[in-house]
Design a protein. Structure first.
Length: 240
């Protein structure tokens, strides 16, 4: 079954909006684990506007489930953080400085040499590597050439087409991308704008997905359903 990694960035956003320690981000990670999450995802950005670098150290110390750190490895501070904490997985995302949210995957052809060097460094430290990519065949082929362990399919396009009742247009590029990734033996993650409305169809059509990373939608649903219930609702969507 596809695993659920809960991104807890939004807990940190709320905390930072007021200062202090409420909500407690470390407790959110522990609770997510307790409530059934298969993993915890954080995405520290250089300005630390939500998850801070210290949060990452604190969370790594206490959780026992899979830990996934996302970020742009062009920042040396990010590289140092990943190497110091040694998460189970690092997901490389081509964010620009100050970017609101991730909105595109890597150009794995243009940045092939850079990705090879970066991926080799993290893998040498015993860290599984995933890279954020769009569902484009050439980008999947390029990803395979970098030596990455997994790709994470950027699913905003899927979510938009699904919301417009265009299910076939929504899912087909991802089916093709997944088939291509499997030809190269890549593991496959997915994330961005997946929610309670579109998640089940996605994994039903693509049962080969190893993991989905969900944060914003899940935390929004938690405001109404409670954190534990929201996690369980998402887990049910992943059942085939």
């Amino acid at each position: 079954m596809t695993k659920l990694s809960v991104n807890i960035n939004k807990f940190a956003t709320l905390r930072n909006s007021r200062g202090g320690k409420r909500p407690d981000v470390v407790k959110a990670a522990v609770d997510a684990q307790l409530f059934g999450a298969d993993g915890i995802t954080v995405h520290p950005r250089p300005d630390e506007r939500h998850i801070t670098y210290q949060d990452v150290f604190d969370i790594k110390e206490i959780i026992t489930t899979e830990f996934n750190i996302e970020g742009n490895p062009t920042e040396q501070k990010f590289i140092d953080l990943v190497l110091a904490t040694k998460p189970h997985q690092v997901t490389l995302v081509p964010d620009t400085l100050g970017q609101l949210t991730s909105d595109h995957g890597w150009d794995t052809i243009t940045h092939k040499a850079y990705l090879i060097d970066t991926i080799t460094m993290f893998k040498s430290a015993g860290i599984r590597v995933s890279i954020f990519v769009d569902p484009i065949t050439e980008m999947i082929e390029g990803a395979a050439a970098t030596g990455t362990d997994r790709i994470e399919l950027y699913t905003e396009s899927y979510a938009k087409h699904f919301a417009a009742n265009e299910k076939l247009n929504a899912i087909q590029p991802y089916i093709t991308a997944t088939q291509k990734a499997k030809e190269f033996g890549l593991g496959i993650n997915a994330g961005h704008d997946l929610d309670l409305q579109n998640l089940k169809y996605f994994v039903q059509q693509i049962p080969l997905i190893d993991e989905v990373s969900i944060g914003h939608a899940l935390v929004c649903d938690a405001l109404y359903f409670g954190f534990e219930n929201a996690i369980q609702l998402y887990k049910r969507q992943l059942m085939q």
